[in-house]
Write a protein that binds this ligand. Structure first.
Ligand code: UDP
Length: 235
């Protein structure tokens, strides 16, 4: 296998499937199946899950809500998604632990780096909920931060598009996809991979990012097997 320890970033919106809000159980089970395939290969898997399918602080702020309150709601939303993913994974026989960046001890372990790494070594999938635990951040930043902390080989950003394009492929028919691109070129060309905070953290720590279509069956396994899927951002 190409990677030993991966951090998978799933957005909350990805869990909506065809729905407009919340969690689509079919989609959730599909993702659990995809994750199980790589766990069965002996890959150590950590997951950061977003909360955009339930609540985003910025959306709250746009309607007059206090931003920090909204961000707290967003962080709780990621814990809800983490619980849902944990349940789906355990249903298909994958051992998991949910760790939260905000203390919510009855439902999730607190985030403890060493403990998270030990779980991974034992073959358990570790789901990180609660983002970074701080307002004004995103779960992309949480994903990069956790990936660096647990010494993951790569961050795999599962999205609805199959990689990074020269332009938005939904708007520009001539847009072409990159198989790989450097951090610097992403910045120079003004391409959007993650928010600036997350992207810079990844660049500074030389943590490669693979952007890929999580909805295509088998993609996750192909990536950990070393096949060229999606777009890899590297130094
Ligand atoms: N959030 C936060 N701090 C973090 C991570 C997330 O305050 O470290 C809040 C923020 O309000 C964000 C929401 O949680 O809008 C959901 O996370 P995100 O938007 O990253 O989810 P995704 O887009 O991946 O579904």
């Amino acid at each position: 296998m190409h990677y030993k320890r991966i951090l998978l970033k799933l957005s909350g919106e990805a869990l909506m499937g065809e729905k407009q809000y919340g969690i689509d159980s079919n989609r959730l089970n599909e993702y659990a199946g995809e994750i199980k395939q790589v766990v069965d290969k002996g890959i150590e898997v950590a997951i950061v899950i977003g909360g955009g399918n339930i609540f985003r602080g910025l959306t709250g702020a746009a309607t007059g809500m206090d931003r920090v309150q909204g961000d707290h709601m967003g962080m709780l939303a990621t814990v809800i998604n983490g619980l849902a993913l944990q349940s789906a994974l355990e249903m298909c026989g994958v051992q998991t632990r949910l760790q939260s960046a905000i203390k919510i001890n009855e439902v999730a372990e607190p985030f403890i780096r060493r403990r998270a790494m030990r779980h991974l070594e034992k073959g358990r999938v570790v789901i990180f909920g609660g983002g970074t635990g701080n307002p004004y951040f995103t779960t992309d930043s949480a994903a990069v931060l956790r990936a660096i902390e647990i010494e993951a080989d790569v961050i795999l950003k599962g999205t609805r598009v199959d990689g990074i394009y020269t332009a938005d492929p939904e708007k520009d028919k001539n847009a072409t996809k990159f198989d790989s691109i450097s951090f610097q070129d992403v910045l120079t060309k003004g391409l959007k991979v993650m928010d600036t905070t997350a992207f810079t953290l990844s660049q500074e720590n030389e943590l490669p990012i693979v952007v890929f279509d999580m909805n295509k069956k088998g993609n996750l396994l192909k990536i950990v097997d070393g096949q060229t899927i999606g777009t890899t951002v590297n130094i």
